[in-house]
Design a protein around this ligand. Structure first.
Ligand SMILES: Nc1ncnc2c1ncn2[C@@H]1O[C@H](COP(=O)(O)OP(=O)(O)OP(=O)(O)O)[C@@H](O)[C@H]1O
Length: 215
């Protein structure tokens, strides 16, 4: 699946962006199937806005976003739900976990949404790799932010996807845990021949990126 951006400009940020050149805003650009895309930009320049537009949780923009030549604004209801279950997974910057469910229940909910892609035991395997086995039965709301970030990463990885949208997914992880999480994400993307779009404040060499863009 290809993601195409054509003359995309978020309306509330129009004035701001028109004052400087950008690789992404108000241009024509395509993320090709299987591309590993990094978007690096300082705080407040629109990374979260872009990711929310790509996942269709924001609609206040000019221009267009297309998923395989289908305008995102025209994809609704069951079609949109199916795409999110089978084709596009997400790690939001603010994670959006259910605080009153346990870590395991948060992940399990996504695993069983559709015909399960993985066995339940995969949750334990991934939690072991990311060092959060001991908090799986704990309420997500009482987990540290770094633990919650790893829960959200695993939740995104237990479903099928062609694209993984990740908004600053390692912001609360130390170096060692960032590398472990990046390795797991790379493994899961390779398994599916999937692409990703990852935002961050700084450049890094965690992945062999296909393209690195600034906003
Ligand atoms: N709905 C909105 N209306 C008006 N301004 C908005 C709206 N949403 C975001 N903004 C502004 O747009 C700018 C970009 O916000 P955004 O959250 O996308 O930045 P970011 O690059 O993700 O920042 P950070 O790295 O701090 O998370 C900010 O100045 C923010 O205040």
């Amino acid at each position: 699946m290809e993601i195409q951006l054509q003359q995309l400009v978020p309306i509330p940020l129009k004035e701001k962006f028109s004052q400087r050149p950008s690789n992404i805003w108000n241009t024509g650009i395509a993320f090709r199937a299987g591309d590993w895309i990094k978007i690096v930009a300082p705080s407040g320049t629109g990374k979260t806005t872009l990711m929310n537009i790509l996942y269709k949780v924001r609609h206040d923009y000019e221009g267009s976003v297309k998923w395989d030549n289908r305008d995102l604004k025209s994809i609704t209801g069951d079609d949109l739900a199916k795409l999110r279950q089978q084709n596009v997974s997400v790690i939001f910057q603010d994670l959006r976990l259910f605080e009153n469910l346990t870590a395991r229940e948060n992940i399990e909910l996504n695993r069983v949404l559709q015909k399960p892609f993985y066995e339940a035991a995969t949750i334990d395997d991934m939690a072991g790799l990311l060092g959060i086995s001991h908090i799986l039965e704990q309420r997500a709301g009482v987990c540290s932010y770094g633990e919650q970030q790893r829960i959200a990463i695993i939740r995104a990885l237990v479903q099928p996807f062609e694209w993984l949208i990740m908004d600053e997914p390692f912001s609360h992880l130390d170096n060692a845990n960032t590398h472990k999480a990046a390795d797991l994400i790379a493994t899961e993307c390779k398994k599916r021949k999937a692409g990703f779009v990852l935002t961050d404040l700084d450049e890094d060499s965690l992945f062999p990126y296909t393209h690195v863009y600034s906003l």
